[in-house]
Design a protein around this ligand. Structure first.
Ligand SMILES: Cc1ncc(COP(=O)(O)O)c(C=O)c1O
Length: 398
Protein backbone atom coordinates (compact mmCIF):
# COMPACT_ATOMS: atom_id res chain seq x y z
CA UNK A 1 0.00 0.00 0.00
CA UNK A 2 1.26 3.49 -0.83
CA UNK A 3 1.17 5.80 2.15
CA UNK A 4 0.86 9.55 1.93
CA UNK A 5 1.48 12.20 4.55
CA UNK A 6 3.56 11.52 7.65
CA UNK A 7 4.19 8.21 9.32
CA UNK A 8 2.77 8.12 12.86
CA UNK A 9 5.54 6.89 15.15
CA UNK A 10 3.56 6.13 18.30
CA UNK A 11 5.89 3.65 19.93
CA UNK A 12 7.03 4.67 23.42
CA UNK A 13 10.39 5.75 22.06
CA UNK A 14 12.29 6.52 20.01
CA UNK A 15 9.81 9.36 19.62
CA UNK A 16 9.05 11.90 16.90
CA UNK A 17 11.90 14.36 16.51
CA UNK A 18 10.57 17.90 16.07
CA UNK A 19 11.49 19.90 13.00
CA UNK A 20 13.45 22.42 15.08
CA UNK A 21 15.69 19.65 16.44
CA UNK A 22 16.16 18.07 13.01
CA UNK A 23 17.14 21.45 11.58
CA UNK A 24 19.52 22.12 14.44
CA UNK A 25 21.35 18.86 13.74
CA UNK A 26 21.54 19.43 9.99
CA UNK A 27 24.83 21.30 10.24
CA UNK A 28 28.39 20.58 9.28
CA UNK A 29 30.21 18.47 11.85
CA UNK A 30 32.46 20.63 13.98
CA UNK A 31 35.87 20.03 15.54
CA UNK A 32 35.20 18.43 18.91
CA UNK A 33 38.52 19.77 20.20
CA UNK A 34 37.80 23.36 19.25
CA UNK A 35 36.45 26.32 21.21
CA UNK A 36 33.07 26.36 19.48
CA UNK A 37 32.43 22.77 20.53
CA UNK A 38 33.49 23.47 24.12
CA UNK A 39 30.93 26.26 24.33
CA UNK A 40 28.19 23.98 23.00
CA UNK A 41 29.12 21.16 25.38
CA UNK A 42 29.25 23.41 28.42
CA UNK A 43 25.87 24.86 27.53
CA UNK A 44 24.16 21.47 27.23
CA UNK A 45 25.86 19.97 30.28
CA UNK A 46 24.59 22.94 32.30
CA UNK A 47 21.18 22.91 30.60
CA UNK A 48 20.60 19.26 31.45
CA UNK A 49 20.68 19.89 35.19
CA UNK A 50 17.23 21.49 35.48
CA UNK A 51 15.78 18.67 33.39
CA UNK A 52 16.98 16.13 35.96
CA UNK A 53 16.24 18.67 38.71
CA UNK A 54 19.75 18.39 40.05
CA UNK A 55 22.57 20.75 40.92
CA UNK A 56 25.11 17.97 40.52
CA UNK A 57 26.91 16.75 37.42
CA UNK A 58 25.23 15.00 34.52
CA UNK A 59 27.55 12.67 32.63
CA UNK A 60 26.77 12.28 28.96
CA UNK A 61 27.81 9.25 26.88
CA UNK A 62 27.55 8.48 23.19
CA UNK A 63 25.57 5.25 23.51
CA UNK A 64 22.13 3.83 24.16
CA UNK A 65 20.31 3.54 27.48
CA UNK A 66 21.80 0.11 28.11
CA UNK A 67 25.23 1.74 28.25
CA UNK A 68 24.01 4.20 30.87
CA UNK A 69 22.65 1.26 32.92
CA UNK A 70 26.10 -0.30 32.79
CA UNK A 71 27.73 3.01 33.69
CA UNK A 72 25.53 3.38 36.79
CA UNK A 73 26.64 -0.05 38.01
CA UNK A 74 30.33 -0.11 37.16
CA UNK A 75 30.92 3.33 38.63
CA UNK A 76 29.38 2.60 42.01
CA UNK A 77 29.66 -1.12 42.79
CA UNK A 78 32.24 -3.87 43.30
CA UNK A 79 32.19 -7.54 42.29
CA UNK A 80 29.94 -9.60 44.57
CA UNK A 81 28.00 -6.55 45.87
CA UNK A 82 24.37 -7.17 46.75
CA UNK A 83 21.56 -5.05 45.32
CA UNK A 84 17.76 -5.05 45.42
CA UNK A 85 16.04 -4.64 42.06
CA UNK A 86 12.28 -4.59 41.59
CA UNK A 87 10.71 -6.71 38.89
CA UNK A 88 8.55 -4.19 37.11
CA UNK A 89 8.72 -5.64 33.58
CA UNK A 90 10.93 -6.32 30.59
CA UNK A 91 13.37 -3.48 31.28
CA UNK A 92 13.93 -4.41 34.92
CA UNK A 93 14.71 -7.90 33.65
CA UNK A 94 17.33 -6.55 31.21
CA UNK A 95 18.93 -4.35 33.84
CA UNK A 96 19.16 -7.38 36.10
CA UNK A 97 21.01 -9.27 33.36
CA UNK A 98 23.54 -6.45 32.99
CA UNK A 99 24.15 -6.46 36.76
CA UNK A 100 24.52 -10.23 36.94
CA UNK A 101 27.02 -10.28 34.11
CA UNK A 102 29.22 -8.12 36.31
CA UNK A 103 28.97 -10.58 39.19
CA UNK A 104 26.57 -8.45 41.21
CA UNK A 105 24.19 -10.44 43.46
CA UNK A 106 20.71 -9.28 42.57
CA UNK A 107 17.82 -9.77 45.01
CA UNK A 108 15.14 -9.56 42.34
CA UNK A 109 11.84 -8.62 44.04
CA UNK A 110 9.09 -10.47 42.16
CA UNK A 111 6.37 -8.39 40.55
CA UNK A 112 3.31 -9.03 38.37
CA UNK A 113 4.18 -6.43 35.66
CA UNK A 114 1.02 -4.50 36.53
CA UNK A 115 2.27 -2.53 39.52
CA UNK A 116 5.33 -0.49 40.41
CA UNK A 117 8.01 -1.12 43.03
CA UNK A 118 6.36 -1.59 46.41
CA UNK A 119 7.55 0.69 49.25
CA UNK A 120 6.21 -1.86 51.77
CA UNK A 121 8.28 -4.63 50.21
CA UNK A 122 11.34 -2.39 50.22
CA UNK A 123 10.78 -1.66 53.89
CA UNK A 124 10.60 -5.37 54.70
CA UNK A 125 13.79 -6.09 52.76
CA UNK A 126 15.77 -3.24 54.25
CA UNK A 127 14.57 -3.99 57.80
CA UNK A 128 15.84 -7.53 57.36
CA UNK A 129 19.25 -6.13 56.35
CA UNK A 130 20.45 -4.89 59.73
CA UNK A 131 24.07 -5.48 58.64
CA UNK A 132 23.64 -3.14 55.66
CA UNK A 133 24.85 -5.68 53.14
CA UNK A 134 22.61 -4.22 50.43
CA UNK A 135 24.68 -1.70 48.49
CA UNK A 136 22.03 -0.37 46.12
CA UNK A 137 18.32 -0.25 45.42
CA UNK A 138 17.54 -0.25 41.69
CA UNK A 139 14.23 0.84 40.19
CA UNK A 140 12.91 1.50 36.70
CA UNK A 141 10.86 4.65 37.30
CA UNK A 142 8.64 4.30 34.24
CA UNK A 143 8.50 0.69 33.03
CA UNK A 144 8.20 1.14 29.28
CA UNK A 145 6.98 -2.44 28.78
CA UNK A 146 3.94 -2.02 31.03
CA UNK A 147 3.06 1.68 31.38
CA UNK A 148 3.51 1.61 35.16
CA UNK A 149 5.33 4.37 37.07
CA UNK A 150 6.96 3.59 40.41
CA UNK A 151 6.74 6.03 43.31
CA UNK A 152 10.38 6.99 43.76
CA UNK A 153 9.83 9.60 46.49
CA UNK A 154 8.04 7.00 48.64
CA UNK A 155 10.80 4.45 48.12
CA UNK A 156 13.38 7.04 49.17
CA UNK A 157 11.34 7.89 52.26
CA UNK A 158 11.50 4.24 53.33
CA UNK A 159 15.28 4.21 52.89
CA UNK A 160 15.60 7.42 54.92
CA UNK A 161 13.31 6.26 57.70
CA UNK A 162 15.39 3.12 58.15
CA UNK A 163 18.66 5.07 57.80
CA UNK A 164 19.74 2.51 55.25
CA UNK A 165 22.91 3.63 53.44
CA UNK A 166 22.24 1.85 50.11
CA UNK A 167 22.51 3.90 46.95
CA UNK A 168 19.33 4.56 44.97
CA UNK A 169 19.75 3.95 41.23
CA UNK A 170 16.81 4.94 39.03
CA UNK A 171 16.14 4.45 35.32
CA UNK A 172 14.13 7.36 33.90
CA UNK A 173 14.66 6.46 30.24
CA UNK A 174 10.96 6.82 29.40
CA UNK A 175 9.95 9.41 31.99
CA UNK A 176 12.60 12.14 31.85
CA UNK A 177 11.23 15.41 30.46
CA UNK A 178 7.74 13.87 30.35
CA UNK A 179 6.82 13.20 33.94
CA UNK A 180 7.73 14.78 37.27
CA UNK A 181 11.16 13.66 38.34
CA UNK A 182 13.41 15.22 40.98
CA UNK A 183 16.89 13.76 41.22
CA UNK A 184 18.05 15.90 44.16
CA UNK A 185 14.84 16.26 46.14
CA UNK A 186 14.06 12.55 45.91
CA UNK A 187 17.58 11.66 47.00
CA UNK A 188 18.45 9.63 43.93
CA UNK A 189 22.12 8.73 43.62
CA UNK A 190 22.34 7.78 39.97
CA UNK A 191 19.68 8.61 37.41
CA UNK A 192 19.94 6.74 34.11
CA UNK A 193 18.49 8.38 30.99
CA UNK A 194 18.56 8.30 27.20
CA UNK A 195 18.14 10.80 24.39
CA UNK A 196 15.39 9.14 22.37
CA UNK A 197 12.21 9.68 24.37
CA UNK A 198 11.15 12.79 26.30
CA UNK A 199 14.23 14.66 25.13
CA UNK A 200 12.89 14.42 21.56
CA UNK A 201 16.22 13.41 20.00
CA UNK A 202 17.20 10.43 17.92
CA UNK A 203 18.75 7.49 19.81
CA UNK A 204 22.49 7.64 20.41
CA UNK A 205 23.12 9.49 23.65
CA UNK A 206 22.65 8.48 27.27
CA UNK A 207 23.13 10.07 30.66
CA UNK A 208 23.93 9.53 34.31
CA UNK A 209 22.98 12.24 36.80
CA UNK A 210 25.20 11.66 39.81
CA UNK A 211 24.85 12.57 43.50
CA UNK A 212 27.74 13.40 45.82
CA UNK A 213 27.20 10.10 47.58
CA UNK A 214 27.48 8.28 44.25
CA UNK A 215 30.72 10.15 43.53
CA UNK A 216 32.06 9.05 46.90
CA UNK A 217 31.04 5.44 46.16
CA UNK A 218 32.79 5.77 42.81
CA UNK A 219 36.14 6.25 44.51
CA UNK A 220 35.89 2.82 46.17
CA UNK A 221 34.01 0.94 43.43
CA UNK A 222 36.05 -1.93 41.99
CA UNK A 223 34.09 -3.11 38.99
CA UNK A 224 36.22 -2.79 35.84
CA UNK A 225 35.39 0.24 33.72
CA UNK A 226 36.96 2.11 30.86
CA UNK A 227 34.55 3.65 28.35
CA UNK A 228 31.91 4.34 31.03
CA UNK A 229 34.26 5.76 33.68
CA UNK A 230 32.77 8.92 35.20
CA UNK A 231 36.14 10.27 36.32
CA UNK A 232 37.54 10.09 32.79
CA UNK A 233 34.52 12.11 31.71
CA UNK A 234 34.10 14.66 34.51
CA UNK A 235 37.58 16.10 34.31
CA UNK A 236 37.58 17.08 30.59
CA UNK A 237 33.86 18.02 30.81
CA UNK A 238 34.79 20.91 33.11
CA UNK A 239 36.36 22.66 30.14
CA UNK A 240 33.74 21.42 27.65
CA UNK A 241 35.62 18.42 26.29
CA UNK A 242 35.26 14.65 26.21
CA UNK A 243 37.77 11.81 26.61
CA UNK A 244 36.65 10.40 23.24
CA UNK A 245 34.67 11.54 20.24
CA UNK A 246 31.29 12.86 21.38
CA UNK A 247 28.09 12.63 19.31
CA UNK A 248 28.66 16.15 18.01
CA UNK A 249 25.53 16.69 15.93
CA UNK A 250 23.29 15.16 18.57
CA UNK A 251 24.56 17.89 20.87
CA UNK A 252 23.26 20.54 18.49
CA UNK A 253 19.94 18.73 18.65
CA UNK A 254 20.10 18.49 22.43
CA UNK A 255 20.73 22.23 22.75
CA UNK A 256 17.62 22.92 20.68
CA UNK A 257 15.52 20.36 22.58
CA UNK A 258 16.57 21.94 25.89
CA UNK A 259 15.54 25.36 24.58
CA UNK A 260 12.16 23.95 23.55
CA UNK A 261 11.58 22.34 26.95
CA UNK A 262 12.52 25.54 28.76
CA UNK A 263 10.32 27.69 26.50
CA UNK A 264 7.34 25.47 27.28
CA UNK A 265 8.32 25.23 30.95
CA UNK A 266 8.77 21.86 32.66
CA UNK A 267 5.50 22.06 34.66
CA UNK A 268 3.64 22.61 31.37
CA UNK A 269 5.52 19.73 29.74
CA UNK A 270 4.43 17.44 32.59
CA UNK A 271 0.86 18.77 32.45
CA UNK A 272 0.68 18.14 28.71
CA UNK A 273 1.79 14.55 29.19
CA UNK A 274 -0.70 14.11 32.01
CA UNK A 275 -3.57 15.34 29.80
CA UNK A 276 -2.53 12.99 27.02
CA UNK A 277 -2.20 10.08 29.42
CA UNK A 278 -5.66 10.76 30.86
CA UNK A 279 -7.29 11.15 27.45
CA UNK A 280 -5.71 7.90 26.24
CA UNK A 281 -6.93 6.03 29.29
CA UNK A 282 -10.41 7.50 28.79
CA UNK A 283 -10.43 6.09 25.24
CA UNK A 284 -9.24 2.65 26.37
CA UNK A 285 -11.93 2.45 29.05
CA UNK A 286 -14.63 3.57 26.64
CA UNK A 287 -13.55 0.87 24.16
CA UNK A 288 -14.09 -1.60 27.00
CA UNK A 289 -10.44 -2.72 26.84
CA UNK A 290 -8.22 -3.22 29.84
CA UNK A 291 -5.33 -1.06 30.96
CA UNK A 292 -2.36 -3.20 31.89
CA UNK A 293 -1.48 -0.90 34.81
CA UNK A 294 -3.60 -2.09 37.74
CA UNK A 295 -2.85 0.80 40.11
CA UNK A 296 -4.36 4.20 39.19
CA UNK A 297 -1.76 6.19 41.18
CA UNK A 298 0.92 4.44 39.09
CA UNK A 299 -0.48 5.19 35.63
CA UNK A 300 2.25 6.28 33.26
CA UNK A 301 1.68 9.54 31.44
CA UNK A 302 4.20 8.81 28.72
CA UNK A 303 2.74 5.55 27.43
CA UNK A 304 -0.27 3.31 27.85
CA UNK A 305 -0.16 -0.49 27.59
CA UNK A 306 -3.47 -2.03 26.58
CA UNK A 307 -4.33 -5.70 27.21
CA UNK A 308 -5.92 -7.51 24.28
CA UNK A 309 -9.14 -9.48 24.76
CA UNK A 310 -8.43 -13.21 25.11
CA UNK A 311 -8.12 -14.90 21.71
CA UNK A 312 -6.94 -11.76 19.91
CA UNK A 313 -3.34 -11.06 19.03
CA UNK A 314 -1.89 -7.60 19.60
CA UNK A 315 0.70 -8.02 16.86
CA UNK A 316 -2.00 -8.74 14.31
CA UNK A 317 -3.81 -5.56 15.37
CA UNK A 318 -0.56 -3.58 15.14
CA UNK A 319 0.07 -4.92 11.64
CA UNK A 320 -3.43 -4.01 10.48
CA UNK A 321 -2.91 -0.49 11.82
CA UNK A 322 0.55 -0.17 10.25
CA UNK A 323 -0.59 -1.39 6.85
CA UNK A 324 -3.78 0.61 6.69
CA UNK A 325 -2.93 3.79 8.54
CA UNK A 326 0.87 3.94 8.51
CA UNK A 327 1.11 4.07 12.29
CA UNK A 328 3.60 2.14 14.43
CA UNK A 329 2.48 1.14 17.91
CA UNK A 330 4.67 -0.54 20.53
CA UNK A 331 4.77 -4.35 20.70
CA UNK A 332 4.25 -6.41 23.84
CA UNK A 333 7.71 -7.38 25.13
CA UNK A 334 8.90 -10.78 26.38
CA UNK A 335 6.08 -12.43 28.34
CA UNK A 336 3.61 -9.82 27.08
CA UNK A 337 4.35 -10.51 23.39
CA UNK A 338 1.09 -10.61 21.44
CA UNK A 339 -0.88 -9.88 24.60
CA UNK A 340 -0.57 -6.10 24.82
CA UNK A 341 0.06 -3.17 22.54
CA UNK A 342 1.60 0.05 23.75
CA UNK A 343 0.66 3.58 22.77
CA UNK A 344 3.46 6.11 23.06
CA UNK A 345 2.22 9.62 23.90
CA UNK A 346 5.44 11.30 24.89
CA UNK A 347 7.90 13.79 23.53
CA UNK A 348 7.02 16.14 20.71
CA UNK A 349 3.26 15.61 20.71
CA UNK A 350 0.00 17.52 20.78
CA UNK A 351 -3.77 17.10 21.11
CA UNK A 352 -4.44 16.55 17.43
CA UNK A 353 -1.61 14.02 17.10
CA UNK A 354 -3.20 12.13 19.98
CA UNK A 355 -6.63 12.36 18.34
CA UNK A 356 -5.12 10.94 15.12
CA UNK A 357 -3.34 8.18 17.03
CA UNK A 358 -6.47 7.08 18.85
CA UNK A 359 -8.53 7.28 15.65
CA UNK A 360 -6.07 4.94 13.94
CA UNK A 361 -6.41 2.51 16.83
CA UNK A 362 -10.20 2.63 16.82
CA UNK A 363 -10.33 2.02 13.05
CA UNK A 364 -7.78 -0.77 13.47
CA UNK A 365 -9.83 -2.46 16.21
CA UNK A 366 -12.78 -2.48 13.84
CA UNK A 367 -10.80 -3.78 10.85
CA UNK A 368 -9.05 -6.48 12.88
CA UNK A 369 -12.35 -7.66 14.37
CA UNK A 370 -11.30 -6.98 17.96
CA UNK A 371 -14.39 -6.77 20.15
CA UNK A 372 -14.78 -3.26 21.56
CA UNK A 373 -17.38 -0.58 22.16
CA UNK A 374 -17.74 2.61 20.15
CA UNK A 375 -17.01 5.91 21.81
CA UNK A 376 -13.30 5.83 22.62
CA UNK A 377 -12.53 8.85 20.50
CA UNK A 378 -15.35 10.95 21.95
CA UNK A 379 -14.25 10.02 25.45
CA UNK A 380 -10.68 11.12 24.65
CA UNK A 381 -11.78 14.35 22.98
CA UNK A 382 -14.06 15.09 25.94
CA UNK A 383 -11.16 14.54 28.31
CA UNK A 384 -8.88 16.81 26.25
CA UNK A 385 -11.53 19.51 25.92
CA UNK A 386 -12.32 19.59 29.63
CA UNK A 387 -8.66 19.91 30.56
CA UNK A 388 -8.18 22.60 27.89
CA UNK A 389 -11.00 24.58 29.47
CA UNK A 390 -9.38 24.13 32.86
CA UNK A 391 -6.11 25.50 31.41
CA UNK A 392 -7.88 28.41 29.70
CA UNK A 393 -9.75 29.27 32.89
CA UNK A 394 -6.51 29.51 34.86
CA UNK A 395 -4.34 31.25 32.29
CA UNK A 396 -3.63 34.93 32.96
CA UNK A 397 -5.75 37.59 31.29
CA UNK A 398 -8.86 35.44 30.81
C1 LIG B 1 12.90 2.02 30.74
C2 LIG B 1 13.97 1.62 29.76
N1 LIG B 1 15.17 1.27 30.24
C3 LIG B 1 16.17 0.91 29.42
C4 LIG B 1 15.99 0.86 28.06
C5 LIG B 1 17.12 0.42 27.19
O1 LIG B 1 17.56 1.51 26.46
P1 LIG B 1 18.29 1.33 25.03
O2 LIG B 1 17.40 0.48 24.20
O3 LIG B 1 18.44 2.74 24.54
O4 LIG B 1 19.59 0.67 25.29
C6 LIG B 1 14.76 1.23 27.52
C7 LIG B 1 14.54 1.20 26.07
O5 LIG B 1 13.46 1.43 25.59
C8 LIG B 1 13.72 1.60 28.40
O6 LIG B 1 12.53 1.96 27.94
Amino acid sequence: MIHTGRHFLQIPGPTNVPERVLQAMARPVLDHRGAEFAELAREVLEGLRPIFQTRGPVVMFPGSGTGAWEAALVNTLSPGDRVVLFETGHFSQLWRQVAERFGIQVDYVPGDWRRGASPEELEARLRADAQHTIQAVMVVHNETSTGVTSRIAELRRVMNQLHHPALLLVDVISSLASMEYRHDEWGVDVTVAGSQKGLMLPPGMSFNAVSEKALAANRGARLPRAYWDWQQMLEPNRSGFFPYTPATNLLYGLREALHMLMEEGLPNVFHRHQRHGEATRAAVRAWGLELLCAEPREYSNSLTAVAMPVGHNADHLRNVILENFDMSLGAGLSKLAGKVFRIGHLGSFNDLMLAGTLSGIEMGLRLAGVPHREGGISAALGSLASSTQACAATSPGR
